[in-house]
Design a protein around this ligand. Sequence first.
Ligand SMILES: [Zn+2]
Length: 459
Amino acid sequence: MYPRLVGLAWEAWRTGRRGQAAVGACQQARLPNLVQFARAHSPFYRELYRNLPEDIVDLRQIPPVTKPQLMANFDDWVTDSAVTLARVRDFLADKSRVGKRYVDRYMVMTTSGVTGERGIFLHDRDAVALYRALTFVRGWLPRMNTNVMWPALKKSNRLAALVTVGGHYGGATIMEAARQDHPWPFNRIKVLSVLRPLPELVRELNSFQPAQLVSYPSALLLMAMEQLAGRLQIHPVIVSSGGDWLGPSMRQQIEAAFRCPVHENYGASEFPPLAWDCCLGKLHLSADWAILEPVDSAYRPVSPGQPSYSVLLTNLVNRVQPIIRYDLGDTVVAEREPCLCGNPLPAIRVEGRRDEILYLETARGKVVPLQPTALGRVLNETPGVRVAQVVQTRPSVLNVRMEALSGADKERVWQAMADRLRDYLSAHDLAHITLVCDPAPPVRESGKLPRVVRDLRGN
Ligand SMILES: [Zn+2]
C-alpha cells in the first residue's frame, strides 16, 4: 500500500499547488472513467443509465441516487461478485473485526442510521490509500510545525479518539484500521466509547495523556468543561473535531479550555476525508477526488452562498461500490469567493447535523450533560428503527418520537429502544428520568432531522 500512498500523496500535494483549473481538470478526467466503470461492472448502474448517451458531458445528465435505493439493490450495485449483502452482514455481525478487511480487500463501515436507513459502505485498496494520502497531505501536513511536532513526539504522538464503538461505524473503523496498519508512532491510538459515563472517560484520558484528541464537537465541548473544572487534566497539542457541525462559539470554548488549536474536518462513510479547515476556519473540499453539489429538494443546483437542502456526492476513487450523485443529506453552503488563505480547493460550510446538549439532573441534584451524538446513536441503532429523536419536554421527561421500518412491529421497536435508553441513562445516574413514547412525528428543521431537541415551552 505504501508506494501507492506516496504516489497519491505527491499528486494531491501537486494538485493543491497548481490552482483551481488543475482541480477542475482532475474532475473532468476522472468522472467519465468512473461512469464508464460503473456501467461496465455494476448491473444497477447499467440499468439506471440505460437511456443515457454513451459520453456524459454534463454531470447533471446523470440521475441522482439515494441510500435506500442503493441498499435495496446492494448485490447489483457492487462491482465485485465476492461482495454480497448477506456475506457483508455476516462480517459486520462480528464486532471483533472492526477495522479489518472484508475478503482481505475492502474496508467496511456502516452509517449509524442517524439520518434514516443504515448504509453499508466498502472501500477498495486504492480508495483507502487515497484517503490516507489526503489525510496526510491536507489534514496533517499543514498543521505541522515545530510548536506542534516536538510536543506531539514527546507524547509519542498518542491519539485518543472518543467515538461510537461496538460496531463498524466510520470513526471507530478508521481509527482501528490505522492502529492495525500504521507503523510506530502513528499507531499509538486509543479508541474510547463516547457512550461511557463522563467520569470514566476523564479517568482514561488523564492516564493516557494524548497528544491529539479526536471526537465529535459536542463531546469535545463536554471534555472542555471537564478540563475547565479541573477534573480533566490533559495537554493535547491538536484537537480535531468531526462528525458534526462545529459552531464558532463551541470552537472558541474548546480552544480556550485546551489552549491549543481546534481543527475541523468533514467526512462521511461514503467518502471519509472530504474536507479540512484552513487557517481561516473554512473547510476546503478535496474536489479533485470528490464532487459535492449543493441542491434543493428537487435536486436542482443551489447558488453559492445559499444553504442547500442536501448535497449530491460523487466519489471519484472508489470502484467497488460506485457513489455517483448520491444524496448525502447534509446542508452545505458553497462559499461565493475563493478563500483568502490561498488554497485553490473550493471552500464550503457545513450546516447540517446541528444538535443540542441535554442537561439532566440526577436524583441527588447533580447536573449531567448528555452528548447528542451518543444519545442519537443509542436511539437510531435500535433494530427496526427508521428515524428517532429525543425531545426534552420537562426537566426530567424525555419524549421519544420515532418511525419504525416498514414491516417492523412498532411496539417491539419502542420496547427495545426504551431498554437501550434506560441502560444509557442508568450509566449516567439518570435512571429516574421518565421516558414517553410520543406518537407525534419527529420534528424537522429545514428538512434536517435533529436527533435531540429541547422544547420546554410547555413548562
Ligand atoms: Zn482557506
